[in-house]
Design a protein around this ligand. Structure first.
Ligand code: PGA
Length: 261
């Protein structure tokens, strides 16, 4: 896992009211308050961010959003700016999630503008990439994922690139209970790192690459023993505070072992 920081990020998607989020935070913090070997992130719906800011203040848990606008401010009905996320203490933002690409028509060019805005304002983007089942069956998964990485990161300086996090999420594994095998996930994460290497040279070694798609407390350890998988983006299994805390602890024990080698 080289010298990279590991990241376990929960993606709540469109779940949890303010009360539910506050309740979750109290229970989750109690379970993970001593975990310092990796970065823990909760990516919550916009409405829950401000209440979570208060709950998570000065804790080990970082706050993230699930999307944001590339614009600074203005007549963009329904959008949320980077400044608004910073205002509620977000430090991470998921960008280009496959659900936004597939259901809301987000294209690489727009995602690139969002990644640039996040970096310019000091937010850490978690850039999501991943192929659908057809592309995988046609044997074009590596080509598709590399192309998504190159387009999303176009015109970004090497220095800024060293501040991103990438999440490889094969679409066929999201919410389906099907996890990519650790070997397939590792192979794609290595491809992503090679692509990054082409963009930024040796700095690619520092970029955390996460795997996402049906990650659970039971399979996180195996995934994290792979050399290019530095963490996970977790949807369904992040919704319950106690079982997500278990996943975090399972991840932390592998990270500690690998670091201690
Ligand atoms: P899942 O979702 O863990 O429920 O498969 C992952 C994601 O979409 O980020």
């Amino acid at each position: 896992m080289a010298n990279r920081r590991s990241v376990i990020a929960g993606n709540w998607k469109m779940f949890k009211t303010v009360n539910e989020a506050e309740d979750y935070a109290v229970k989750f913090l109690e379970e993970v308050k001593d975990v310092t070997d990796l970065d823990i992130v909760l990516c919550a719906p916009f409405t829950a961010l401000n209440p979570l800011k208060n709950e998570l203040e000065e804790s080990v848990v970082h706050l993230g959003a699930q999307n944001m606008s590339w614009a600074d401010q203005g007549a963009y009905t329904g959008e949320i700016s980077a400044q608004m996320l910073l205002d509620v203490a977000c430090t991470y933002v998921i960008l280009g999630h496959s659900e936004r690409r597939e259901m809301f028509g987000e294209k690489d060019e727009e995602i690139n503008k969002k990644v640039q805005k996040a970096l310019a304002t000091g937010l850490t983007p978690i850039l999501c990439v991943g192929e659908n089942l057809n592309v995988r069956e046609e044997g074009k998964a590596a080509e598709r994922v590399s192309s998504q990485v190159v387009h999303a990161l176009s015109s970004i300086s090497k220095e800024d690139l060293s501040r991103i996090v990438i999440a490889y999420e094969p679409i066929w594994a999201i919410g389906t209970g099907k996890t990519a095998s650790s070997k397939d996930a590792q192979d794609m994460c290595a491809t992503i790192r090679a692509t990054l290497n082409g963009l930024m040279g040796l700095g690619a070694e520092q970029v955390p690459i996460l795997y996402g798609g049906s990650v659970k407390a039971e399979n996180i350890a195996e995934l994290l023993t792979e050399p290019d998988i530095d963490g996970a983006l977790v949807g369904g299994a992040s919704l319950d505070p106690i079982s997500f805390a278990k996943l975090v602890h399972n991840a932390a024990s592998v990270v500690t072992q690998v670091e201690g080698r």
